[in-house]
Design a protein around this ligand. Structure first.
Ligand code: ADP
Ligand code: MG
Length: 291
């Protein structure tokens, strides 16, 4: 069975190749055969499936490349094919490629940040935020809405580079539309959603900006579970017998209540809060404005 592979790597290894052409004498590098995949361990599990660390070892000598393989629960298979279609259309430095992916040992920002608090200063957090913006800007320019932007879906390539991943919920806007209407809704990341998504099931590029705000909150709280959006919103809602409904959440948001400003959140207009002093000024004022 053919699965789309890491197109980033292919492009980097073959810079001279015109797009869409592969030398005939070689094995097609865009095709992975599942029979050569050997599972090593589980990497993570999301709403719809799981990601496993595998070795791709077609020669059978145990020296094959390490890859992260995403597979979905049988009921979500249609979703996987949609995600593959989405990935085919996207190529950008801050967008991760799927669905057999390069293995990123550091995992997502949610796996990484809680353990790196002391090595990760504000400047670095803002640099991650900037890269997320750049990836999202590209996604928007291609008329896609991600719909699941969250720290758990931002992968850490190395300590200075992050990539947006998990395009399982990503939708393409039709030419004549500026939003996407969701028909079948399964298990949504509601605490990352803007009111219009919760009330009307409409997703605009600006709805991703709301999720970016929540992701920024996660960054500035170092993805600590005790102050995660889910924990904090559930405390606000005080669900009756563990039951929370969307109406309650909408009421809270409409009343203007938001996630609290994280401790150590930078104040506006401080020079040292700019990532790049000359060109890309990204001052703390944006950060405060988000809460
Ligand atoms: P889901 O649709 O199940 O949420 P994700 O693509 O978000 O799938 O992956 C789930 C988790 O698996 C991530 O939060 C991360 O911890 C881990 N993971 C995903 N991709 C990789 C990768 N390329 N390398 C290492 N870990 C990964
Ligand atoms: Mg995910």
């Amino acid at each position: 069975r053919a699965i789309v592979r890491d197109l980033t790597g292919v492009a980097e290894q073959n810079p001279a190749l015109p797009p869409g052409r592969v030398p005939i004498q070689e094995v097609d590098p865009t095709v992975f055969e599942t029979r050569f995949l050997r599972k090593i361990k589980d990497l993570g599990e999301g709403h719809f499936g799981k990601v496993e660390l595998c070795q791709y070892d077609p020669r059978g000598d145990g020296r094959g490349q390490l890859v992260a393989v995403k597979s979905l629960k049988p009921e979500s298979r249609g979703q996987l094919w949609r995600e593959i279609d989405t990935m085919r259309e996207l190529y950008h430095h801050n967008i991760s490629s799927a669905l057999i992916m390069e293995y990123l040992p550091a995992g997502s920002l949610k796996d990484y940040l809680p353990w790196r608090k002391h090595q990760t200063d504000l400047r670095r957090l803002l640099h991650y935020a900037l890269q997320i913006c750049q990836g999202m800007d590209y996604l928007g320019s291609q008329r896609f809405i991600h719909r699941d932007l969250a720290a758990r879906n931002v992968l850490v390539e190395n300590e200075s580079t992050v990539k947006i991943g998990d395009f399982g919920l990503t939708k393409s806007m039709k030419e004549d539309k500026s939003y996407y209407t969701v028909r079948e809704e399964t298990d949504s990341p509601v605490f990352w959603y803007a009111p219009e998504c919760l009330v009307d099931c409409k997703f605009y590029p600006a709805s991703d900006v709301w999720s970016f705000g929540v992701t920024l909150y996660e960054l500035l709280t170092y993805c600590e579970t005790s102050s995660s959006p889910t924990t904090v919103f559930l405390e606000m809602l005080r669900p009756i017998q563990g039951q929370m409904n969307i109406t309650q959440l909408v009421e809270v948001l409409m009343a203007g209540r938001r996630l609290p400003c994280p401790p150590h959140c930078p104040d506006a207009h401080k020079k040292e809060n700019c990532i790049y002093k000359d060109k890309h000024v990204f001052p703390g004022v944006f950060i405060r404005a988000a809460f």
